[in-house]
Design a protein around this ligand. Structure first.
Ligand code: GUN
Ligand code: ZN
Length: 433
């Protein structure tokens, strides 16, 4: 079994920091080390102490960089890698004009396989080690993503999108085929290696009530699977949903009445919410997912982080590629910070880094596996270089605390600030920065 000892400055979170001075929320070690053994974290602590027990381990010296848990992206679309930065429209026109045509190409299994490799490399280049991903409607796209992630030993939560109306024929299934293909993928992949299945009705507009009914059946037959969909991203989307589901009390009720809400349900966007919907989320434990770069790019609106938190709701945070404009969770934090600024809310940098690591792991119910550097968890580790660019170096010359340094990384960092990414103990970036 390979033993690797990483040396560097170590930071790992234990719970969400209540503020900049909440030093109990995390451990920071100036001369620290993480011992990786068989894809797991065997020990984390001071270099002297961990090295003393690391007989025969290969040493990789990452000083002066920071070792942190790998980032978790809670909402991303695998078949949208080639439409990032497509100009000029808001949600529904963007879907029809760019997204559905691009996703139609994933009917070709060879294309899906080629893109799955590129997608996973992009994730790890940006420090992301786990993603919650939408595939296209074609079962072969989910097959391609799961097998690529499996080959890399990468934790992946994904699902074949179900959509049976209001889109071109080339990206439609039926209520029955959506159910059958999802079920077969669940049986093949859920719980295999590091894979988990997410039952994935795209959103209310592209699913008939029959399809949502059958999605609900899948949820009750496979309660340990995740559910991912979209909620209240855009005003036109909400109005159209109300027309399609006139009996529903509101948008969330469309999902609620079909048995799709629970603690394993991830609701992308969740921007324009009514009070009842927020109450129902709190009651069912369903999680909103904040997608900052996407919400700005499509002009969708401002996510009310403080309002949801005040109701005891724990949100995820994500890139939402391809409406999102960067694969970097650092950039999600950068734009997220600004969205909160516009509402006179604050995203402190310690909370921000907790969010993209342990926070998102908690939302997934996986904090015992990923999201920290705790011994016994999986060795998914991101190595951060706060001096990655000339502009960052200049700014870092004035950084006077850990929070200050992390804030520079949050606002100015991207894949250049990721010196290395380990997935189950294996380095993913070729060049060592
Ligand atoms: N709502 C339904 N599908 C999508 C999608 O692919 N991206 C975004 N941003 N919103 C959606
Ligand atoms: Zn999405």
């Amino acid at each position: 079994m390979t033993n690797t000892l990483l040396r560097g400055r170590v930071i790992t979170f234990h719970h969400e920091p209540t503020g900049p001075d909440d030093t109990d929320a995390y451990t920071y070690i100036e001369d620290g080390a993480v011992l990786m053994r068989g894809g797991m974290i065997a020990a984390t602590g001071t270099y002297d102490k961990v090295a003393a027990d690391a007989h025969g381990a290969t040493l990789v010296d990452h000083r002066p960089h920071l070792l942190m848990a790998g980032f978790i992206d809670m909402h991303i679309h695998f078949p949208q890698v080639q439409i990032v930065a497509s100009w000029g429209s808001q949600l529904l026109d963007w879907l029809n004009g760019y997204t559905f045509p691009a996703e139609a190409e994933y009917a070709d299994a060879q294309h899906a396989r080629a893109m799955a490799g590129r997608f996973c490399s992009l994730l790890t280049d940006h420090g992301t080690t786990t993603a919650v991903a939408f595939c296209s409607v074609h079962a072969s796209s989910a097959e391609a993503l799961f097998s690529e992630a499996n080959d890399r030993g990468m934790r992946m939560i994904a699902g074949k999108t179900m959509m049976d109306r209001n889109a071109p024929e080339t990206v439609l299934d039926t209520a029955q085929s959506g159910y059958d293909e999802s079920k077969a993928l669940i049986e093949r992949w859920h719980g295999k290696g590091r894979a988990s299945y997410a039952i994935t009705p795209r959103f209310a507009i592209t699913s008939t009530p029959e399809q949502l009914e059958m999605s609900g059946a899948l949820v009750s037959e496979h309660p340990d699977c995740y559910v991912q969909t979209h909620l209240s991203e855009n005003h036109d989307e909400i109005a159209y949903t109300a027309e399609l589901y006139p009996q529903a009390r509101d948008y969330l009720d469309v999902y609620e009445r079909h048995g799709l809400l629970g603690p394993r349900t991830m609701l992308g966007h969740a921007i324009h919410l009514r009070d009842r919907e927020i109450g129902a989320m709190a009651e069912t434990g369903a999680h909103p997912v904040f997608c900052p770069t996407s919400n700005l790019f499509l002009g969708s609106g401002l996510f009310d982080d403080a309002g949801l938190r005040a109701r005891g709701i724990q949100s995820g945070i994500a890139t939402d590629i391809g409406a999102g404009t960067s694969y970097s969770m650092l950039q999600a934090l950068n734009e997220g910070y600004k969205i909160l600024q516009l509402q006179d809310q604050k995203l402190h940098t310690l909370r921000a880094f907790h969010w993209i690591t342990r926070g998102n792991a908690e939302v997934l119910g996986m904090a015992d596996k990923i999201g920290s550097l705790d011994p016994g968890t999986e060795a998914d580790i991101t190595v951060i270089n706060a001096r990655a660019t000339p502009a960052m170096r200049l700014r870092m010359d004035r950084a006077d605390s850990l929070s200050d340094e992390l804030f520079v990384v949050q606002m100015m960092g991207d894949d250049r600030a990721i010196a290395q990414t380990y997935v189950a103990g294996v380095p993913q970036k070729n060049e060592k920065n």
